[in-house]
Design a protein around this ligand. Structure first.
Ligand code: NCD
Ligand code: ZN
Length: 346
């Protein structure tokens, strides 16, 4: 008997599309399955102003394949110089759906991020008033804090104080990787939510480090212990509206991954829906996949769910290309390490 599963068309609430050749290579991979995505602004230079976000949105739309039905939801990169009036105008125009906070130095292209959180208080207060969500890369950058502890320490030192100081501010804890993140998001009420990536549901730090270092499993926040992966699995498959999909699909060319100091990022846009169906099936939660991929995100962002649907059919293992081409370079597609039986219907 063929098994099939039909969902509302999914959205990706955290996606890196880059620019130029890379943008043209990766945007079809997301547009094939996802109706909308929150687009990360960490280009070089970053997308800081409303005008830059409008220009980037135009480049994304121009890179879409003919007939694609995909809406980029733009974000602004928060700096200590961000002008609250520019943020408000970009939001009022319907252009920008969130503002992204990178602690300076936390991850790829985050050098212009925030060091002194007091400097961004006026912007955050304004965002709380207008209901514009803040997406937070939740890791401290204090060199004395162990990289595996940086998320938990961020919650105590930065996130909780900001939320207490700015009541009403809507916050998305992005790509959570720890049980502390899961617990904090669950208890945060309706102004707080968390995205969870595909890869953090699949790998723990052993996958990254045992038997040789696997650069394509290296991302930030770095994968943690197995107990944390299990907490993320339980959260994602629970149906709880506090959690929704943000793939954090973050392409880097292979030459920059497979090198002495490799870039952080897993590229999962191509096979995310097949992986998620397998994961939810393994956990007996296929009936809750739609909440995670297609319902909880729009509810938090105050957007309608998508009109279209996406159907997955179970059968013989699906083969995905191990790499895609970006200009003269290649990008490795995330390998979950187990067969994928769910194929997205064309
Ligand atoms: C992201 C990237 O490459 O832009 N990398 C990653 O490992 N996730 C940045 C980020 O989201 O931290
Ligand atoms: Zn990211």
């Amino acid at each position: 008997m063929t098994q099939s599963l039909t969902l509302r068309r999914p959205d990706d609430w955290h996606l890196h599309l880059r620019d130029g050749d890379m943008l043209r290579a990766v945007v079809p991979e997301s547009a094939r399955h996802f109706a909308r995505a929150i687009i990360m602004p960490n280009l070089v230079p970053p997308v800081v102003t409303g005008a830059q976000a409008a220009a980037y949105r135009d480049r994304i739309l121009a890179a879409l394949p003919d007939g694609a039905d995909f809406e980029p939801l733009m974000t602004l990169y928060l700096t200590e110089e961000t002008d609250p009036a520019d943020v408000a105008a970009a939001h009022a125009a319907g252009l920008v759906k969130a503002v992204k906070l990178y602690p300076a130095g936390a991850t790829t292209n985050s050098a212009s991020g925030v060091s002194d959180f007091d400097k961004v208080r006026p912007v955050l207060e304004h965002m709380a008033e207008i209901g514009l969500p803040l997406c937070m890369h939740g890791e401290v950058t204090d060199p004395s804090v162990d990289i595996f502890d940086r998320e938990a320490v961020f919650i105590d030192r930065v996130l909780d104080p900001i939320r207490r100081a700015t009541p009403g501010l809507r916050v998305v804890m992005e790509h959570i990787t720890t049980s502390q993140g899961v617990d904090y998001a669950r208890e945060g009420g309706d102004t707080l939510a968390a995205t969870i990536t595909t890869h953090h549901l699949v790998i723990n730090r052993n996958h990254l480090l045992v038997g040789g270092i696997r650069p394509h499993y290296y991302c930030l926040p770095v994968a943690k212990r197995e107990e944390h992966r299990l907490a993320l699995r339980a959260a994602a498959t629970s149906g709880d509206p506090s959690y929704f999909l943000g793939t954090d699909s973050a392409p880097h060319v292979d030459a920059l991954k497979e090198t002495g100091c490799g870039c952080a990022g897993c590229f999962t846009a191509t096979n995310t829906m097949s992986i998620l169906a397998e994961v939810f099936e393994q956990d007996g939660a296929l009936d809750r996949l739609e909440a995670f991929t297609s319902l909880n995100g729009p509810a938090f962002y105050g957007l309608p769910v998508n009109a279209g649907s996406l159907t997955l059919t179970r059968g013989a293992p699906v083969a995905y290309p191990p790499k895609i081409h970006a200009g003269a370079d290649t990008v490795t597609v995330f390998d979950p390490g187990f067969p994928l039986h769910w194929r997205v219907d064309p």
